[in-house]
Design a protein around this ligand. Structure first.
Ligand code: VGL
Ligand code: ZN
Length: 211
């Protein structure tokens, strides 16, 4: 695997609420942390995204009368899957997992801060209305290639990787370093297939670690 100084590692939403005991548990979500820690020394630029919602966020089922997590509503013109309350700003659930080697993280981008719209991608909200600044920042650093990993494969990892492609980055998905929600059976497999079809290169962490 040909890592250059123009490569960045994107750590997607490695937060307590996406671990098995969290509010929006991702099965085996905790297992990606040691893989992240092993990958980190191979990169000069490491960016983390952080799902960072206000308590009144429109993606929380609890903020809509009689709605339950998993249902889909129209949120200001966009289809929105409703979630349990998760990653509330300044809460324990929103913190990065303690076992993650955070000293090496170059830069953190928060997302999902606007209560009226969700943001799965680390680059843009779900309506592609506002950028988080991550795309411009990566380009200012001279980054042309991104390696995406984290939680959840079928939501934030997928939309981050697809936006990275659209922004012109050569984009890798580190598949074994990611886990998904699988709200419906097959969601993770379908997400990986879609990324691959669109041009994301799907790799295993060992391809970087043994390089
Ligand atoms: C995520 C659902 C809601 C994710 C964030 O990180 O994939 N999924 N908020
Ligand atoms: Zn969220």
């Amino acid at each position: 695997m040909n890592l250059t100084p123009h490569s960045a590692l994107l750590l997607i939403d490695l937060q307590n609420d996406f671990c098995p005991l969290g509010a929006l548990p991702v099965e085996e979500g905790n297992l990606v942390i040691p893989i992240a820690n092993a990958l980190i020394p191979h990169f000069d630029t490491i960016v983390a995204t952080q799902d960072w919602h206000p308590a009144n966020h429109g993606s929380f089922a609890a903020n809509h009368p009689w709605r339950k997590p998993g249902q889909v509503i129209d949120l200001h013109g966009l289809p929105q899957v409703l979630w349990p309350i998760h990653c509330v700003q300044d809460s324990f659930g929103a913190e990065f997992v303690q076992e993650l080697d955070q000293e090496k993280i170059t830069k953190v981008f928060t997302k999902g801060t606007d209560p009226t719209i969700d943001s799965y991608s680390g680059f843009f909200d779900n309506g592609h209305r506002k950028a988080t600044g991550m795309g411009d920042w990566l380009k200012e650093q001279g980054i042309d290639t991104v390696y995406v990993m984290g939680l959840a494969t079928d939501y934030c990892v997928k939309f981050t990787a697809l936006d990275a492609l659209e922004l012109g980055f050569t984009t890798y998905l580190i598949e074994d370093a990611s886990r998904g929600v699988n709200l419906s059976t097959g969601d993770v497999d379908n997400a990986v297939a879609e990324m691959s079809e669109k041009g994301v290169k799907v790799i295993h962490s060992t391809q970087i670690l043994k390089a």
